[in-house]
Write a protein that binds this ligand. Structure first.
Ligand code: SF4
Length: 180
């Protein structure tokens, strides 16, 4: 695989970098096997690409894994390589997978009964139910966000919103928030 995998070749890693990557991958895979037995999982598919018109715009998502349980219900699973959230901060982490649940409902006609995040580092799993309230609120948020984007485009006015993420932003050198 290290000789033939095009994605891996594109990383142009030296021996040290490659060994570090393989060790990290091994540790994440070990973490996965401590979380679940894949023999007991019935995946409908992996890396499933879905898109639907929601809130006036087209949203696309790639679901890491869509499972079906023994009662025929869908479960959305998302793998995470970063740190699991501490107590009280889990809710915000579900926005992405809840969006996948909304996409499933729109495209497949069935809302998943559960969304789960598998944090492979720790390892630990957290899950939530995409309730009516959650999905309705998500739909409203998408509509409001798209409406705000459309207004900003009409006015050609994009106010910067500085945060800790600015340190990873490729536009920082030309951003008005950092040139004052
Ligand atoms: S540096 Fe980037 S992320 Fe930060 S405010 Fe400017 S554009 Fe936004």
């Amino acid at each position: 695989m290290t000789e033939d995998d095009e994605d891996l070749i594109r990383l142009s890693l030296d021996d040290t970098g490659l060994q570090a990557l393989l060790l990290k991958a091994q540790s994440l895979i070990d973490g996965y096997f401590r979380l679940e037995d894949p023999n007991e999982i019935h995946a409908v598919g992996t890396e499933i690409s879905l898109e639907a018109e929601i809130g006036g715009t087209v949203l696309r998502g790639i679901i890491d894994r869509l499972d079906i349980d023994s009662e025929g219900n869908f479960i959305v699973t998302d793998y995470k390589t970063g740190r699991a959230p501490s107590n009280g901060y889990e809710k915000a982490r579900f926005n992405g997978v809840n969006l996948y649940a909304l996409l499933c409902e729109r495209v497949l006609g069935i809302r998943p009964v559960k969304v789960q995040l598998l944090y492979l580092q720790q390892p630990c799993a957290i899950s939530a139910v995409p309730s009516d309230q959650v999905i309705t609120s998500l739909h409203k948020n998408v509509s409001a966000l798209w409406s705000a984007i459309a207004k900003a485009c009409d006015r050609d006015n994009f106010l910067p919103r500085p945060s800790a993420l600015c340190n990873w932003c490729g536009f920082k050198s030309i951003c008005p928030a950092h040139s004052l």
